[in-house]
Design a protein around this ligand. Structure first.
Ligand code: GSH
Length: 233
């Protein structure tokens, strides 16, 4: 299978990405595993290129520019890539139980992220009327981790059983952020032992290494940088 064979005019897709962004990480993971080759444009969130904003005025990363379309939601980029090629059957839980996957995604992208931001970047919210304090937001975020652990990781290595799936790839970057907010707290937290083990497996994998490669920040006219999986290209 040649993953880029879907191209009509051989215009390689362009991915606007930010290395540390959890949403960009999940998109890169799916693109990498699909084997699709893209041009990667690393952006700075405080100085986004106008080319990206023109494509997607909401101006969040990741943004994927295709020959005839623009996809600017990370999970949609994952679905797009895996729909083209899914050798590892990563879509399995989405195919068998789409509702579960979507609900879990919403839980983490919306609710967990809401509390995560207030925990991780607490100083930004001190003047916010609804701000509960760092510990309370951490506690609220942790409730979601407890849920994930007891419903999905009790007896299995990955969220959908013994094999990695789109669920793991979509969620782990957000939980990695929770860890980074206070590594000591996370690593010494006995209540989320299985989450810790699961995150460690993912963040010490060769896949993680491949998708966290550092690219120089894109500016118009610079030499094109590509993001691809050598196994396919
Ligand atoms: N729902 C979007 C969320 C993407 C998102 O919020 N990305 C952040 C970076 S992690 C962003 O670009 N924020 C805009 C900014 O900081 O200006 C997705 O899943 O793609």
């Amino acid at each position: 299978m040649q993953p880029n064979s879907f191209l009509i005019n051989n215009n390689i897709p362009i991915l606007y990405s930010f290395r540390r962004c959890p949403f960009a990480i999940r998109a890169r993971a799916a693109i990498f595993l699909s084997g699709i080759k893209v041009e990667i444009r690393e952006v700075l969130l405080n100085n986004k290129p106008k080319e990206m904003i023109e494509l997607s005025p909401k101006s969040t990363v990741p943004v994927l520019k295709l020959e005839d379309n623009v996809i600017d939601e990370s999970f949609d980029i994952m679905l797009w890539a895996l729909d083209k090629n899914d050798d590892s059957n990563l879509l399995a839980p989405y195919i068998t139980n789409k509702e579960l996957v979507i609900n879990l995604l919403k839980r983490f992208d919306i609710d967990f992220k809401f509390h995560l931001d207030k925990y991780k970047y607490s100083s930004r919210y001190l003047d916010d009327q609804a701000y509960l304090g760092k510990e309370k937001h951490r506690y609220q975020a942790e409730l979601h981790l407890n849920y994930l652990q007891s419903h999905f990781l009790e007896n299995s290595l990955y969220l959908n059983g013994s094999k990695i799936s789109i669920l793991d790839l979509a969620l782990f970057p957000l939980i990695r952020q929770f860890r980074l907010a206070d590594i000591n707290y996370f690593e010494n937290n006995r209540n989320i032992k299985k989450i810790r083990g699961w995150l460690e497996v993912l963040t010490t994998s060769s896949l993680f290494n491949d998708i966290m490669h550092k690219y120089s920040v894109w500016h118009k006219g610079q030499k094109t940088q590509y993001f691809f999986n050598p196994k396919y290209n």
